[in-house]
Design a protein around this ligand. Structure first.
Ligand code: SF4
Length: 466
């Protein structure tokens, strides 16, 4: 099998307090967040002081049926969809993770990645702690369980001050759900209300599905309690906000509002800026579906070149798809994408995608387009070259595998066989995003990590050499 080409989504979290059929609502919320993680799904509910959990490997719709949801009683629920970025891909690492502690049972759902989890875990293990998973998230529960603080919010605050990295977490406890975001606010987390019940989700598209109203984001460095009494907040750290720009480039759903901005509008702004930076003499603007769609719209509007759907994505390709024995040229890409010959034949096209990671997918797409009779292919990318790995909860190829880390734009153009190639500049991307470099995580494009990453982690990725 060929190595994967691309960044992969991480995790999504959802919670609702004091609501009839909480597990059913959590199921719908997770359904809307499915794009953030497809390996496992889980829901934990609070019922008569106990926590009940159901977790399984697979898609939300496959993991939960009516019978399973009926085994999740209670009016408060948290849920999680996972793609493993730290720890292996197996059921023991599926979330929510449930723990019995001196403060009662706790369940945790985490989106992000802790850069010092290994170090904390080693210390805890040396003092006798027994871990049940290989996931980084579990250290948070251990730290909470061991804290001598008088109440849970203080214990949680103490634990969060020890960990470093990216975390948007939900902790389900007897007195409600505690939602918290790291001081850099790298991953999103939004608050809303549904018929008087407080809700929290990684993205606002989950609110739209359940008929909830967006209220505000959980602030970086803030813990918010969701309960029958509504929302109450406290700050545990000074905010130093550096949200992940890749959420807007690729991860988040375009119908979500993330970090206070519409994802669709940001992507269109990236595309418009790209058209100004890298104009092309062409007949049509064609997106690579679905990720390049909004940037291509922005490019087309700004350049006044007509927009055309010159490729179709097959949305029904499952994870378990088996490649046939008889080799078919470009099979891996062909099963997902197919050119519309009538749209592209003989045309000079501007092909817009959100990123080029290893370059192998772009190369195959362009070859397919050429086989379909395209005239010229002017590849435009709505983000800068990816030059470094993510350590904050996104699964990325190693630095050595990132074509942008070792090849010039001209070398990449030759590799993918485009007639011309243009990337959005980092300055252009930040201007369209509306935030300066020091207030944004752009590490995969610039190698500047806003939260220090331990040297041994960087060395593993080849980001530094000795
Ligand atoms: Fe996002 Fe890239 Fe920063 Fe990771 S390194 S948080 S993907 S901007």
């Amino acid at each position: 099998m060929e190595p994967r080409d691309g960044f992969r989504d991480e995790c999504g979290v959802f919670g609702i307090a004091d609501c009839e059929d909480a597990a059913n609502i959590a199921y719908l919320g997770l359904y809307a967040l499915q794009h953030r993680g497809q390996e496992s799904a889980g829901i934990a509910t609070l019922s008569e002081g106990r926590i009940v959990v159901e977790r399984e490997m697979g898609y939300v719709a496959d993991v939960f049926d009516e019978a399973r949801l009926s085994r999740l009683p209670g009016r408060t629920a948290i849920g999680h969809v996972r793609y493993s970025t730290a720890g292996g891909s197996h059921l023991a690492n599926a979330q929510p993770i449930v723990f019995a502690t001196g403060r009662g049972p706790l369940a945790l759902a985490h989106n992000g990645n802790l850069v010092n989890a290994r170090e904390i875990r080693a210390k805890l293990e040396a003092s006798g702690a027994l871990f049940t998973t290989t996931s980084d998230s579990e250290v948070i529960l251990h730290l909470v369980a061991r804290s001598k603080a008088p109440d849970l919010p203080t214990a949680l605050a103490e634990a969060l001050l020890e960990v470093r990295g990216a975390y948007s977490i939900l902790v389900l406890a007897r007195d409600g759900i505690f939602a918290a975001r790291d001081p850099n606010g790298i991953r999103p987390l939004s608050l809303g209300t549904r018929e008087g019940s407080p809700v929290v989700a990684s993205e606002t598209c989950a609110f739209d599905l359940i008929g909830a109203k967006f209220e505000r984001d959980v602030e970086p460095g803030e813990i918010v309690r969701l309960s029958r009494e509504g929302l109450s907040a406290r700050r545990f750290a000074i905010a130093n906000s550096t949200p992940c720009i890749f959420e807007h480039v690729y991860f988040a759903r375009p119908d979500s509002k993330v970090f206070g901005r519409s994802v669709a509008a940001t992507r269109e702004a990236f595309g418009a800026r790209l058209a100004r930076e890298h104009p092309a003499d062409a007949d049509v603007v064609v997106p690579v579906p679905d990720s390049g769609m909004y940037a291509a719209l922005g490019y087309a509007r700004e350049s006044r070149i007509p927009f055309a759907l010159g490729m179709v994505r097959n949305h029904y390709v499952g994870r378990t798809f088996i490649e046939p024995k008889h080799s078919i040229r470009h099979f891996g890409v062909k099963v997902k994408l197919n050119p519309v010959r009538e749209v592209v034949e003989g045309k000079r096209i501007v092909l817009v995608d959100d990123s080029i990671v290893r370059g192998t997918t772009s190369r195959k797409i362009i070859r397919m387009l050429r086989e379909a009779g395209v005239g010229e292919v002017h590849m435009r990318v709505s983000s800068p070259p990816t030059v470094a790995s993510c350590h904050y909860g996104i699964d990325t190829p190693t630095r050595q595998e990132l074509i942008g880390a070792s090849q010039s734009v001209e070398e990449i153009r030759r590799f993918i066989d485009a007639d011309s190639l243009g990337y959005l500049s980092a300055d252009g991307m930040l201007e369209a995003f509306g935030r300066p470099m020091q207030a944004t995580c752009t590490a995969c494009f610039t190698g500047r990590y806003p939260v220090e990453v331990p040297e041994e982690e960087l060395e593993k990725e080849g980001a530094i050499s000795r």
